[in-house]
Design a protein around this ligand. Structure first.
Ligand SMILES: [Mn+2]
Length: 304
């Protein structure tokens, strides 16, 4: 197996939990740093550049607003700042790694990566590893929480302030892996758009390797590479208790690692993020440590 080539990793913390229904994921980036994320990346042989810490207003002191979508204004602002920071990392030739924070931040991170490559005449794919599909729209969401909507936004659907009037990715280049808790509106949208969802049933049936290979094929078909969005709730809550919205029946430790190892081995990874870590619900930072290991695998750490 070839070693991952040396990269300069642009590390960005986005402390936000306003898109989630419960508090705590804003502390995710701190927990990941305590778990040694920088050191683990450097151990692989990469260098790390800090490109900033983005902090959302506190829930108690931020206007929720009168919109259907709670905290839309603040989330719009945070995703805008995330977008700018990730662009800065890409302009420097770095591979962006974003630490969250709730999944709404992906609107900014993936948006930035798509913009960056679109300006060079290229498009990107997305592999979304998640217990949910995050394909809700304001009219289909049972909660209104924006962290259930980012993938729809990236496909150009939903609140116009968040989509900024366009799509960042094409449905044929998007796959969700690990899903097991979908809302009715999301199921309808999946059929309508042709987004490929590798459910946990399919992972059980066919094996995670076959599913990930197919996700990689889609993500790389006609694109310059792909973004990997890792929601820690994709992993089974037995090994990842520190997440905001745990759902039973998730990926095992090794399945999670194999997904990340395959992402690395493809040689086509453009950027990634690790989101939805909730230290308040975690047990001695074990979910953060798990997340650090997954990121290391995605960036080229190998067993042998
Ligand atoms: Mn998610």
């Amino acid at each position: 197996m070839p070693q991952a080539p040396h990269r300069d990793i642009a590390l960005l913390s986005v402390s936000i939990d306003l898109g989630a229904g419960r508090r705590g994921v804003d502390m995710g980036p701190s927990a990941l740093r305590i778990a040694g994320i920088r050191e683990e990346i450097e151990k692989i042989g990469h260098t790390v550049s800090e490109i900033g810490t983005i902090t959302a207003g506190g829930l108690e002191t931020t206007e929720s607003g009168e919109d259907v979508l709670p905290f839309l204004n603040e989330i719009y602002d945070v995703t805008g700042r995330t977008r700018a920071a990730v662009r800065k990392g890409l302009d420097r030739g770095c591979l962006p790694l974003v630490l969250g924070g709730d999944h709404s931040l992906a609107i900014g991170s993936v948006g930035a990566v798509a913009d960056h490559y679109r300006e060079q005449g290229m498009s990107i794919g997305v592999i979304w590893v998640d217990a949910h599909t995050d394909l809700n729209q304001p009219h289909t969401s049972p909660t209104g929480n924006i962290h259930g909507m980012p993938l729809a936004v990236l496909l150009g659907l939903g609140e116009p302030r968040l989509t900024r009037g366009g799509a960042s990715v094409r449905p044929e280049n998007v796959s969700v892996l690990g899903a097991r808790d979908l809302d009715a509106g999301e199921k309808a949208l999946i059929r309508e758009l042709g987004v490929r969802v590798f459910t946990m049933s399919e992972v059980d049936e066919r094996g995670v390797a076959a599913c990930m290979d197919q996700a990689l094929e889609r993500a790389n078909d006609g694109t310059c590479g792909f973004h990997l969005s890792l929601d820690l709730d994709a992993l089974d809550p037995a090994i990842a208790p520190g997440v905001g919205t745990p759902v039973r029946g998730g990926l095992t430790y090794r399945e999670g690692h194999l997904v990340c190892e395959k992402a690395s081995r493809s040689g086509r990874l453009l950027s990634l993020e690790l989101v939805e870590l909730n230290p308040v619900l975690d047990d001695r930072n074990e979910t953060a440590l798990l997340g650090v290991g997954l990121v290391a695998s995605a960036l080229g750490a190998t067993i042998l």
